[in-house]
Design a protein around this ligand. Structure first.
Ligand SMILES: NC(=O)c1ccc[n+]([C@@H]2O[C@H](COP(=O)([O-])OP(=O)(O)OC[C@H]3O[C@@H](n4cnc5c(N)ncnc54)[C@H](OP(=O)(O)O)[C@@H]3O)[C@@H](O)[C@H]2O)c1
Length: 206
C-alpha cells in the first residue's frame, strides 16, 4: 500500500517505520512543506517520500497525526475526503500546560474528526499508547495490542490487517461512538499496555 501521513512527528514517524519495514510506501507531510522533510525521508530510506497534506491524502490509506488544535486546518486543507480511509491517531488534548481536554460536547473526538472530513471512512487507532512503547522495529519485537474503532467495516478490516501485518494485535471495539469513547483520551483504555512478550512456562506436575 501507499500510506499518506498528515503530520510528521513521532506518531507519523513510528508508524511509517513499521509500515516501511514490511514493504509499504509512505508519503509524509507537515505544515512547513515537503522541503522541510528532506532529511527525515532520506533517513527513512527507500519507499519514503515527502509531500503536501493534499498529496498525502491521495494515498491508499491516510493517517492523521497532528496535534488536536491543528486537526481542523489539516483536514480542511485536503478538501475532498469522499471514500478515503482516514486513520485518526489524535488525542483531544486542547492544551498541554495546563493540561486540558478539548470540549467536544458529548461527541467522541473521532466523530468530530469524521464531521471535519465529510465522506471519509474514519478508523480510530494507535492513539492509546506512547510511541516509545512501540519503537522496536525488529522482527522479534514484543507484540502489543492496538484498539481500533470505526463505523465502516471494510475500512476497519484494512487497518486491522495492517496492524497485524506490522507485527501487533488488533482489538476491534466497535463504532466511533462506543469504541471511540473507550479509547479516546479520558476513556478507560488510554495508556493500557497489552503487550504479549513473556513466555509462561507451566510447572510440570508429577
Ligand atoms: N507522541 C505520542 O507518543 C502519541 C501517542 C499516541 C497519540 N498521539 C497523538 O497523535 C497526534 C500526533 O502526535 P505527535 O506526538 O506525532 O505530534 P507532533 O510531534 O506535534 O507532530 C505533529 C505534526 O503535525 C504537523 N502538522 C501541524 N499542522 C499541520 C497541517 N495543517 N497539515 C499537515 N501537518 C500538520 C506538524 O508539522 P509542523 O511541525 O511543520 O508544524 C508535525 O509534523 C497528537 O494528537 C497526539 O496527541 C501521540
Amino acid at each position: 500500500m501507499k500510506i499518506g501521513f498528515i503530520g510528521a512527528g513521532p506518531v507519523a514517524q513510528t508508524i511509517a517505520r513499521h509500515t516501511l519495514s514490511v514493504g509499504h510506501h509512505v508519503v509524509l507531510s507537515n505544515s512547513r512543506g515537503p522541503e522541510s522533510l528532506a532529511a527525515l525521508v532520506a533517513e527513512l530510506g527507500a519507499g519514503a517520500a515527502a509531500g503536501t497534506a493534499k498529496e498525502a491524502a491521495e494515498q491508499d490509506l491516510v493517517v492523521l497525526a497532528t496535534k488536536w488544535w491543528n486537526v481542523q486546518a489539516a483536514l480542511f486543507s485536503v478538501g475532498n475526503w469522499k471514500g478515503k480511509i482516514l486513520v485518526d491517531t489524535t488525542n483531544r488534548v486542547a492544551s498541554i500546560e495546563p493540561l486540558a481536554l478539548g470540549d467536544i460536547t458529548g461527541r467522541t473526538s473521532s466523530e468530530i474528526v469524521a464531521d471535519l472530513a465529510p465522506g471519509a471512512r474514519v478508523v480510530k487507532a494507535f492513539n492509546t499508547v506512547p510511541m516509545s512503547w512501540i519503537s522496536d522495529f525488529s522482527r522479534s519485537k514484543p507484540k502489543t495490542a492496538f484498539f481500533l474503532s470505526g463505523d465502516d467495516a471494510d475500512a476497519k478490516k484494512v487497518v486491522s490487517d495492517l496492524i497485524e501485518e506490522i507485527g501487533f494485535y488488533s482489538l476491534d471495539l466497535g463504532s466511533l461512538a462506543i469504541g471511540g469513547r473507550l479509547q479516546q483520551t479520558g476513556g478507560p483504555l488510554v495508556g493500557v499496555d497489552l503487550t504479549f512478550n513473556k513466555r509462561f512456562v507451566l510447572p510440570t506436575i508429577d
